[in-house]
Design a protein around this ligand. Structure first.
Ligand code: GLP
Length: 234
């Protein structure tokens, strides 16, 4: 893809097509700067007539220790960029709970994912260090939904979203690699030079826990969109 905008538009088109052909699809959603233009395209598609009324959505992860109305919680992110602007009834969108007992929050989310059944299309970003959701390097392929400690690298990369002096949470609840890989289709998006090293280990390195994004290669239906800058190491 020539640039980040074209890659985001292509990803949004695939999601819109999934919803148009299967109006009650289960969509797996992701957060991060990379996804903001994808949601902008989907909101536009909604204004042009695409309904999400029967869709169910599950998010990949949430910081532990941030209440839902904290501006940097993924609950807030999803409301701001997508959920407040489309017709998905609130009871059909799920994000892990970031408050209270962390292990209980992870258990509840795992049970919810089990109940909902397979995700039809899972959207994924790629971390600077090759993480997917908050499955950091070192995560085995069969990891389940759980509480994780964030690496210094990830906290540093996500620092830019937090106010000066504010602490980036050290823990999160994340969908496990096992759940991610059980989706019917995966759709990953990586843009910008800062993702070039992660993308090249994911696609050209060994499939191993050092780079959880390398597991995507084992999925029978995974499409990865990247712009020129993120593809520069391939
Ligand atoms: C966070 C999220 C990931 C996301 C990554 C990349 O760590 N948990 O799911 O892929 O950030 O974010 P960005 O798109 O801002 O680079």
């Amino acid at each position: 893809m020539p640039d980040a905008e074209a890659a985001a538009a292509a990803v949004a088109r695939q999601i819109a097509e999934t919803v148009a052909t299967k109006p009650d699809a289960v969509l797996g959603l992701a957060t991060g700067g990379t996804m903001e233009p994808v949601y902008a395209h989907l909101v536009r598609a909604h204004r042009e007539g695409l309904s999400f009324a029967r869709v169910r959505t599950v998010n990949l992860d949430e910081y532990m220790g941030l209440p839902p109305d904290h501006p940097n919680s993924y609950h807030s992110y999803m409301a701001r960029h997508f959920l407040d602007h489309v017709d998905i009834p609130r009871g059909q969108s799920f994000i892990p709970r970031g408050e209270g007992d962390a292990d209980a929050a992870a258990r509840e989310y795992a049970a919810l994912l089990e109940r909902l059944g397979p995700v039809d299309l899972q959207l994924l970003g790629v971390g600077h260090n090759g993480h997917i959701a908050f499955n950091e390097p070192g995560t085995p392929i069969d990891a389940t939904t759980r509480v994780v400690r964030l690496s210094d690298e990830t906290r540093q990369a996500n620092r830019r979203f937090f106010a000066e002096g504010e602490t980036v949470p050290a823990e999160a609840v994340t969908m496990g690699t096992a759940q991610i890989l059980s989706a019917r289709s995966l759709l990953a998006l990586a843009v910008g030079e800062a993702k070039a090293a992660a993308l090249s280990s994911a696609l050209d390195g060994p499939v191993d826990p050092d780079c959880p994004a390398s597991y995507l290669r084992l999925h029978p239906s995974c499409t990865i969109f990247a712009d020129k800058a993120a593809s520069s190491g391939l």
